[in-house]
Ligand binder design. Structure first.
Ligand SMILES: Cc1cc2nc3c(=O)[nH]c(=O)nc-3n(C[C@H](O)[C@H](O)[C@H](O)COP(=O)(O)OP(=O)(O)OC[C@H]3O[C@@H](n4cnc5c(N)ncnc54)[C@H](O)[C@@H]3O)c2cc1C
Length: 417
């Protein structure tokens, strides 16, 4: 890197708030890109409010990291040189999305293919494995990760720098707060971003996307039943506005989420045994038209995994000049609703793109503009697709007939080819 910005950033300080997929991807990409430069490397400090162990292990779910386009998470993992390592801990999947009728008649399929030389259109990997691989890689670089360090506020200083307040529990006396001044602040602190609250206080609410899911993870010691044991599936009613998404996590566990369009229900993840029975009963009554193995899947729900999940979202925002030097990536910027689980893919892409734009542009304003040109359309495509899925999955009456005929035409075309 030999541009003006690179020279002005040399030997300065970049603070990254949040060691989620966005923050980890940014730090690794930045390190990799800077290694090509002869300039003095800026100091990069990654601050994470959790401790290392909690940060890696706290959410035991499986991620689909896609590889169907250059914008997907697998392409970033490849650019970071981690594809082989991630591959060892993952299962490959062709990324098919199958649409089924209430009595399991195949209605339609989306069959993405792998981009370039990526090994698959989708890879399934435990969140904790992917996080551990990224963290271990950073630990081999010069980036300092400060665990147990929460950013509590941030503000611009008159000299153009940004002051970040950091609260940590590293002292023997308990919590202590310190100030860090930096030249670039990367806000990667997730959906409830504290940095966003400081710079965009009126942008802290999520919107309801119109549908609420109830569901959980079901366990089958003899294996997940067919036909939902392999691919991501969507089961639709015949115009009654009910749909269920099935997402096999491994050969014995499947995530299911049944939804209807209607008023927002309160989000809930903790159920007493009686409340869990009532939730399962509600699912069976709402989707009484769905045939086996729907009932078995609902009945096999593992206590502690059940949820009521209103689809909440927040559109992406551009970086205006008032944010100078402060960049929002991943869910600190934009939140997808739960009908399109692509947030980790987007976060990885954001991290890579921001690091690259810091290398390709001559000013922070130019970085902001060119980063927005990459990140916002990527989010918008996923956002639009999630709404198409909500409209399609819950269609009623004439709209259902329209889709039904469209899917029949697609099946006929597939037979011809
Ligand atoms: C059940 C489930 C399944 C999912 N499946 C998929 C999937 O298959 N594919 C996919 O692409 N996405 C999936 N997602 C979404 C994906 O996990 C998220 O979109 C993604 O983790 C967002 O990454 P992020 O880095 O933006 O934010 P986060 O992962 O939320 O990271 C933010 C980090 O910042 C830290 N932090 C927060 N506040 C502070 C602070 N003040 N100071 C310092 N640190 C702070 C947090 O501890 C955290 O480590 C799924 C989500 C769920 C819940």
């Amino acid at each position: 890197m030999n541009n003006q910005l690179g020279q002005s950033l040399a030997a300065k300080r970049i603070v990254v708030a949040g060691a989620g997929f966005a923050g980890l991807s940014f730090v690794l990409a930045f390190d990799q890109l800077w290694a090509k430069s002869t300039l003095n490397r800026p100091e990069v400090l990654l601050l994470e409010e959790d401790n290392r162990d909690k940060s890696i292990h706290k959410y035991p779910y499986t991620l689909c990291i896609n590889g169907a386009s250059s914008d997907d998470g697998l392409a970033v993992i490849q650019q970071l040189g981690l594809l082989d390592e991630v591959r060892k801990h993952s299962t490959l999947n062709d990324g098919d999305i199958r649409v089924w009728s209430e009595n399991w008649k195949w209605l339609s399929s989306i069959n993405p293919s792998a981009y370039g030389n990526l090994p698959a259109a989708t890879m399934r990997v435990a969140r904790e494995d992917l996080k551990r691989i990224l963290v271990e890689k950073i630990e081999q670089t010069k980036t300092v990760i400060k665990w147990n360090s929460a950013c509590t506020s941030a503000e611009h200083l008159s000299n153009g720098q940004i002051r970040v307040s950091v609260s940590g529990c590293e002292s023997h006396e308990g919590m202590n707060t310190s100030m860090l001044d930096c030249d670039v602040l990367v806000a990667a602190d997730g959906a409830n971003s504290c940095i966003r609250a400081c710079f965009r206080p009126n942008d802290m609410t999520t919107q309801y996307a119109g549908a609420t899911q109830i569901g959980g993870i079901s366990f089958f010691p003899e294996g997940v039943p067919k036909p939902v044991n392999q691919d991501f599936s969507l089961q639709m009613s015949s115009g009654e506005g009910v749909c269920c998404i099935y997402h096999p996590l491994n050969s014995k566990r499947i995530d299911w989420a049944l939804s209807t369009v209607g008023p927002e229900l309160k989000s809930k993840t903790s159920f007493s045994p009686e409340k869990l029975t009532a939730l399962k009963q509600e699912a069976l009554e709402t989707a009484s038209m769905f045939q086996e193995p729907f009932k078995s899947i609902v009945n096999a729900t593992i206590p502690g995994t059940a949820f009521i999940r209103p689809a909440k979202e927040k559109p992406a925002f551009p970086h205006d000049t008032r944010l100078r030097g402060v960049f929002f990536i991943g869910e600190a910027n934009h939140i997808l609703n739960s009908f399109e689980l692509l947030g980790a893919n987007l976060a990885l892409g954001d991290g890579w793109d921001l690091a690259e734009q810091l290398f390709c542009n001559a000013s922070l304003d130019a970085v902001a503009a060119s980063y927005d040109r990459l990140s916002i359309p990527r989010f918008q495509r996923a956002f639009d697709f999630s709404h198409e899925r909500i409209n399609f999955g819950h269609c009623k009456g004439g709209k259902w007939l329209f889709y039904k005929h469209g899917m029949a035409a697609q099946r006929a075309l597939k037979k011809v080819h």
